[in-house]
Design a protein. Structure first.
Length: 583
């Protein structure tokens, strides 16, 4: 699939944007029963024949969800759980503290509750006091309290020593995880992970909660405990939240899980979610992946970043309306505190950046830190800085422990993992994804980190690697901004990693009005008029009229890069554009 230079019209790479070309005539004919725009978008997502397009646009629960017993050691895991239930052994559900692990823990909690099994305990480690994964102290304490079976969720695949200790103490461990294994696998009773070993499971990109859902499917397949057939589908609200929050590609089985997860979320009676949605003024019937990513997920994560992860777990697991109401208020409160803390860090960094600019000391990688900063919140601050400066950002802090920890983020087209790989000697440890990661550094070399990362970035730029570019899907006119266009685009939802929202270019359009809104006037609304004098609005959050170079004013003609979105503010549907860039 070729792309075209936005500025020159030639088929070549430009620094920031590529414009996708028209689709070939044979593919256009193959997909001719779809609207023209949808054909174009399908083709550029690799969907070139009618069946592939139909499967993508119309997820099917039975067709798209694979046999759970194709996952490695699934049968062994199921048999051990069934034996524990029969013997009434104490089972521990040990999950991570993020928006994959917490919903996953709720998932297994709800399943055991549904089948009437009560001898189980949910355990979520404290982010700041214990950190990620299994811990020897926790394992020892759980053994003292009679645990016989421990099921990890979204963790465990690298916890070799801890699982060995559990075995010594008489606890069998079933690892359910989706992370890449280390060089040595733990000697667990069973490991259920699509990224481990030779197996015939057709999809490797499930999130941790997705793996837990497959475990439940497998248990029910062998013993349904007399519960109503298909009841596990009601657990898909948790799978939907996790899949849409955890940076897994929204293709294949994940697309189906996210699709049906949203369907369940729109009608779930789960009291904690209903209370939280009400306080956030989100209409449950119209909940979208954006509501999950920007509203729900940050509040679940705020529990572990600012307080106790069990606060978020209890919100999602409780049947008590009063408790749910109080917990929803609490998560909103600590999320506001989180935002305030992050804002203070960003303000401090911006002041530092201004001083550097005044000295002419601007480097290609932003590296800053302070022992007082909380590492758990630095990824959020780094996101803000990447959006403003378009540079890779590494921030570090220290909160107890021997080492300094930090988070890093990068703009589109820059692989943060490659940069860290070039600077590997500077780190005790690091990991992450293409555009985000975390790292650990010894305090003895932290003063060398900025130079090391800037040198690494130079090596990254020189390396003969293919750089990811942002692709504009199509040029459009303001006259194209209507509900029929939105309906074609929306057929591709839910959007996320592996299935990004389509991006469009509106060339040489005249601004009719500029408005800043919000308590701090830090959001931007641009208005335009189409050929029929109908107003088209474009919104940019946490951006102003000076964020794109010269001040934007009424009468200016601009090239706007934007996506479509439906706002349901005050339950009234409004079609608008979301500003991505002005070029």
């Amino acid at each position: 699939m070729s792309t075209t230079d936005v500025q020159s019209g030639k088929s070549s790479v430009v620094e920031k944007y590529l414009l996708r070309d028209v689709i070939p005539a044979d593919v256009d004919l193959e997909l001719d029963h779809y609207p023209e725009l949808l054909r174009h978008l399908l083709y550029h997502r690799g969907l070139k024949d009618a069946q592939a397009a139909d499967y993508f646009l119309n997820p099917d629960y039975e067709r798209d969800l694979h046999d759970p017993y194709l996952l490695p050691e699934m049968e062994k895991a199921v048999d051990r759980i069934l034996a524990a239930i029969e013997k009434k052994e104490k089972i521990i559900i040990y999950s991570d503290y993020d928006t994959d692990g917490i919903p996953g823990g709720v998932l297994l909690h709800d399943f055991f509750k549904k089948i009437g099994y009560t001898n189980f305990l949910n355990y979520i480690p404290h982010r700041h006091e214990e950190g990620y994964g299994l811990h020897l102290e926790a394992v020892e304490e759980l053994a003292k309290n009679g645990a016989k079976l421990l099921i990890t969720l979204d963790c465990g695949i690298t916890d070799v020593k801890e699982i060995e200790k559990a075995s010594e103490l008489g606890i069998d461990v079933i690892v359910t995880d989706h992370h890449e294994p280390g060089p040595v696998l733990p000697k667990a009773f069973a490991i259920v992970n699509p990224k481990v070993g030779d197996h015939s499971y057709p999809f490797k990109e499930l999130c941790g909660c997705g793996v837990a859902f497959k475990l439940i499917q497998a248990i029910i397949k062998k013993n349904n405990f007399g519960i109503k057939e298909g009841i596990e589908k009601w657990f898909l609200d948790m799978v939907g939240i996790a899949t849409l929050s955890d940076m897994v590609p929204l293709v294949g089985e994940n697309r189906a899980l996210a699709h049906f997860g949203l369907k369940v979320l729109r009608k779930t009676p789960r009291v904690g979610l209903v209370k939280l949605l009400g306080k956030l003024k989100i209409n449950q019937r119209y909940i979208t992946e954006d509501d999950i990513g920007f509203m729900i997920s940050p509040r679940i994560n705020a529990a572990s970043r600012m307080d106790e992860p069990m606060q978020a777990f209890n919100l999602l697991a409780t049947d008590d309306e009063l408790q749910a109401d109080a917990l929803a208020d609490h998560l909103n409160l600590i999320n506001d505190q989180r935002k305030g803390y992050v804002a203070s860090i960003v303000k401090e960094i911006k002041k530092n950046m201004e001083a550097r600019q005044a000295r002419g000391n601007i480097k290609k990688v932003i590296v800053m830190g302070d022992p007082k900063w909380r590492p758990a919140l630095l990824g959020l601050a780094a996101n803000n800085l990447v959006e403003e400066h378009g540079l890779p950002v590494f921030l570090w802090g220290r909160e107890g422990g021997e080492f300094i920890k930090g988070s890093c983020r990068s703009p589109d087209g820059v692989n943060i993992m490659e940069i860290m790989e070039f600077a590997r000697p500077s780190f005790v440890d690091f990991g992450g994804h293409h555009s985000s990661g975390g790292f650990t550094v010894s305090h003895e070399v932290i003063h060398l980190l900025e130079d090391a990362l800037n040198n690494a970035y130079e090596s990254f730029e020189k390396a003969p690697l293919v750089r990811a570019q942002i692709c504009i899907d199509k040029k459009m006119l303001l006259d194209d901004v209507h509900w029929k266009t939105f309906d074609s685009i929306d057929k591709l939802a839910p959007f996320g990693v592996g299935n990004p929202k389509p991006i469009f270019l509106f060339e040489n359009i005249e601004i009719s009005n500029v408005k800043l809104f919000g308590k701090e006037a830090n959001h931007l609304e641009l208005s335009f008029q189409n050929s029929n004098a109908k107003v088209v609005k474009a919104i940019g959050f946490f951006t102003t009229d000076t964020s794109y170079g010269n001040r934007l004013e009424a009468g200016n003609k601009i090239n706007l890069v934007a996506s479509f979105e439906k706002s349901m503010f005050r339950n009234f549907p409004e079609l608008r554009l979301r500003i991505i860039d002005v070029i």
